[in-house]
Design a protein around this ligand. Structure first.
Ligand SMILES: Nc1ncnc2c1ncn2[C@@H]1O[C@H](COP(=O)(O)OP(=O)(O)O)[C@@H](O)[C@H]1O
Ligand SMILES: Cc1ncc(COP(=O)(O)O)c(N)n1
Length: 295
């Protein structure tokens, strides 16, 4: 049996308003620039951070789907992680696609040695296109890694896997499942409503220990669903934005509020980019570009 990973202590107060947040993305690639590390770097920049990136897996994919995955030796992953942390003070890390249990354990090992003040885990399992991005046998290792995170950002099917239950479709049931995941893993959960069959796309922060403002255990963020197919990389972009915004926010609520407003605008402008024939990307810099548009 795999030894149980001992969890690193959760952060106390990672807030530092003066420093431009130095944010590391540990994730896979998307050569079309809409998801994975390429999206993370855009999202970190758009939200005011300095982006860095350690590649877990090279993915031959586009807006229509995944063709193949190439995984470099796990020792090289550790070399990349140590190269960054031996030199740079990292304010926040966002973890995305991990592909298999050897990679998960290498990242967990690095976190035990070099834990940054903010750790956001997007437990990427399946792409929007339906292609698997995590080996089915690695699910137990991902569950253990959740204990190392300050915030975990599962979509509805990923939440069900973490809860070890069937996927639910009503928002009330999503919140209950998120509560269970928060209790089990001692982590704050951002439950995302992107996969609901509804005209709304709400999200909710759930912390079973009542560590949200005012001692609350649930804070909901309303959101209208935008009619678009440009949703490739929304989860990647949101988790990177959160890792970037948290070091300058008093708590997760402010970070989520700001990130969701930025994400909604970026989704709304995605189609203008005219990238690809499938699920296109979001427009990470739509707000910035609008501010500089002379017309
Ligand atoms: N069509 C949409 N309109 C507005 N917000 C959306 C839409 N689709 C997803 N979102 C938002 O994008 C983020 C990612 O959501 P989701 O699709 O659930 O995750 P993932 O990309 O990990 O599958 C969430 O904040 C969700 O509310
Ligand atoms: C390398 C990588 N990481 C994550 C996703 C998931 O993104 P999405 O579910 O939004 O398509 C992806 N397609 N590729």
């Amino acid at each position: 049996m795999r030894p149980r990973l001992s969890a690193a202590p959760r952060s106390t107060d990672p807030t530092n308003h003066r420093q431009t947040p130095r944010v590391l993305s540990i994730a896979g690639t998307d050569p079309t620039g809409g998801a994975g590390i390429q999206a993370d770097l855009k999202s970190i920049a758009a939200n005011g951070g300095y982006g860095m990136a350690v590649v877990t897996a090279l993915v031959a994919q586009n807006t229509m789907g995944v063709r193949s995955v190439h995984i470099p030796p796990v020792e090289f992953l550790t070399e990349q992680l140590d190269s960054v942390s031996d030199d740079v003070e990292i304010d926040a890390v966002k973890i995305g696609m991990l592909a298999n249990s050897a990679i998960i354990e290498a990242v967990a090992d690095w976190l035990r040695r070099q834990r940054p003040p903010v750790v956001v885990l997007d437990p990427v399992m399946v792409a929007t296109s339906g292609d698997r991005l995590l080996d089915e046998r690695a699910v137990d290792a991902i569950r253990e890694l959740v204990r190392h995170a300050d915030l975990v950002t599962p979509n509805i099917p990923e939440l069900a896997v973490l809860a070890d239950e069937a996927t639910v479709s009503r928002w009330d049931d999503v919140l209950k499942q998120a509560h269970r995941v928060s209790t089990t893993y001692g982590v704050t959960v951002l439950a995302k409503g992107g996969h609901l069959d509804d005209r709304y796309a709400p999200d909710a922060l759930v912390d079973a220990a009542g560590q949200l403002s005012g001692g609350r255990d649930v804070v909901e963020f309303a959101g209208e669903r935008i009619e678009t197919t440009n949703t490739h990389g929304t989860g990647c972009s949101l988790s990177s934005a959160l890792a970037t915004l948290r070091p300058r926010s008093p708590g997760w609520e402010d970070a989520v509020d700001q990130a969701k407003r930025w994400l909604t605008e970026s989704i709304a402008h995605g189609a203008e980019l005219q990238v690809g024939h499938g699920n296109g990307p979001i427009s990470h810099f739509a707000g910035l570009w609008a501010a500089h548009d002379p017309s």
